[in-house]
Design a protein around this ligand. Structure first.
Ligand code: ADP
Ligand code: MG
Length: 392
């Protein structure tokens, strides 16, 4: 939808006013490589997508804050002094949670606003529409209230809104990528310290194709906790050999080879090997991208999937089938599962001339082999949160 069209919807919803409406935007995100490393002191490597959530916001002359979305029929009208006092269990909890966090930073609302959100990100598909709506809200209100629009701070307060107000536990990667992404760049991020750098990643004639397995996840939390404790176990053993080690991902592969025999449990050893090698793959990816070697990056994506499947064992039949079928398409440089696993999405790097064929053939084979209907989203790498030119 163009900004003009969205603005017409805004006027339909709220009517005309002499106040100026401003337009803000935040993208969705995908993690390109570096899985299950965040809690092991390793890197993640996400990128902002080239589609996301747009917000039109306009001050009101009274004290109501009004919420509407083109994606949901539910609307809310809340007095600004009542913001955050009652959770609704509806989508408005996401932007309200952000306003609650802004108030904690001494930036409370002092008047009413009309808000209309428009999301192009499928909800609950692993592209982080939640981080997108949070970050666009945070950026918009910091801009309107004259606060500092520091995008790292916005990521942090958006994460707190999701963790504390909405009540969904999630790491910082999503909000960070959505807030700090840049067109044709991936983000090398250390989640603990928030140390990061933007790495040029011009996809050129290639597209990121995200495939949603639509597999219902079960028992993910317990498996996730099991992986975490296996990593802690491996770290405790390796620390006896290398006392300076504070995280598993700090270990270099050569160092790991020297000491890995100390880990008696074969499963724990495989978990640790994934962490060490996956972190090295992220660093190697940054190196090959310096020469824009997408071909080699694609091979690293494939290796990452094998490691997640065989060593870390967080893949599943559906993810494996989708990746296998994706890798059959001649224009595919690489394909892997992305996210925590046990379902969710794959990400593939595919030549634009083959994208149509990819979606058709991978979709058909996936359906035939799993009985499930996959969904595909074709993306480029776009900018992080920003203010857009409004309608004059
Ligand atoms: P994901 O982040 O993977 O897309 P989540 O379940 O974390 O899935 O977040 C999706 C929820 O975020 C939606 O159900 C809705 O409550 C909220 N949301 C995201 N985008 C919008 C939007 N454009 N308008 C209203 N609510 C939205
Ligand atoms: Mg989410």
């Amino acid at each position: 939808m163009s900004i003009q069209e969205l603005n017409s919807k805004f006027i339909e919803q709220y009517g005309e006013s002499t106040e100026e409406a401003r337009v803000f935007y935040a993208p969705g995100r995908v993690n390109l490589i570096g899985e299950h490393l965040d809690y092991n002191g390793g890197y993640v490597f996400p990128a902002a997508l080239d589609f996301g959530t747009t917000l039109i916001v306009r001050p009101r002359s009274d004290s109501k804050v009004q919420f509407a979305s083109t994606n949901f029929p539910y609307t809310a009208s809340i007095d600004y002094s009542e913001i955050g006092k009652a959770k609704t269990g509806e989508w408005v909890d996401y932007p309200v949670g952000v306003l609650v966090e802004l108030a904690k930073k001494n930036l409370p609302l002092s008047g009413g606003y009309d808000l209309l959100f428009h999301g192009e990100i499928p909800n609950g598909s692993g592209l982080s529409s939640s981080a997108s709506i949070e970050v666009v809200t945070g950026y918009a209100f910091l801009s309107l209230l004259g606060g500092d629009t520091d995008t790292v701070e916005i990521a942090l307060l958006s994460q707190r809104a999701e963790n504390q107000y909405v009540g969904v536990n999630s790491g910082i990667m999503d909000q960070f990528a959505v807030a700090n992404g840049k067109r044709d760049h991936a983000i090398l991020l250390m989640c603990d310290t928030l140390e990061y750098s933007l790495v040029p990643f011009a996809t050129g004639a290639y597209k990121l194709v995200i495939g949603n397995t639509n597999k219902k996840r079960g028992l993910v939390d317990s498996k996730y906790n099991e992986r975490r404790s296996q990593c802690e176990e491996a770290l405790a053993i390796l620390k006896q050999e290398v006392p300076s080690l504070s995280y598993l991902a700090e270990m270099k592969p050569e160092q790991f080879e020297l000491h890995q025999h100390k880990i008696a449990d074969e499963t724990v050893r495989r978990r640790a090997r994934h962490v060490v090698e996956e972190n090295q793959r992220v660093l190697d990816s940054v190196e090959v991208l310096k020469n824009n070697d997408l071909k080699q990056f694609g091979l690293f994506m494939n290796d990452s999937h094998v490691s997640l499947r065989d060593l870390y064992e967080v893949s599943c039949e559906e993810l494996d089938v989708m990746v296998e079928e994706a890798q059959r398409i001649p224009g595919t440089l690489g394909s892997r599962m992305t996210g925590a696993g046990f379902g969710g999405c794959t990400v593939s790097l595919v030549h634009e001339d083959d994208v149509e064929r990819f979606i058709r053939e991978v979709g058909e084979a996936y359906k035939a082999r799993t009985g499930l209907t996959g969904e595909f989203y074709v993306c480029g790498i776009g900018n992080g949160v920003e203010e857009l030119e409004g309608v004059k």
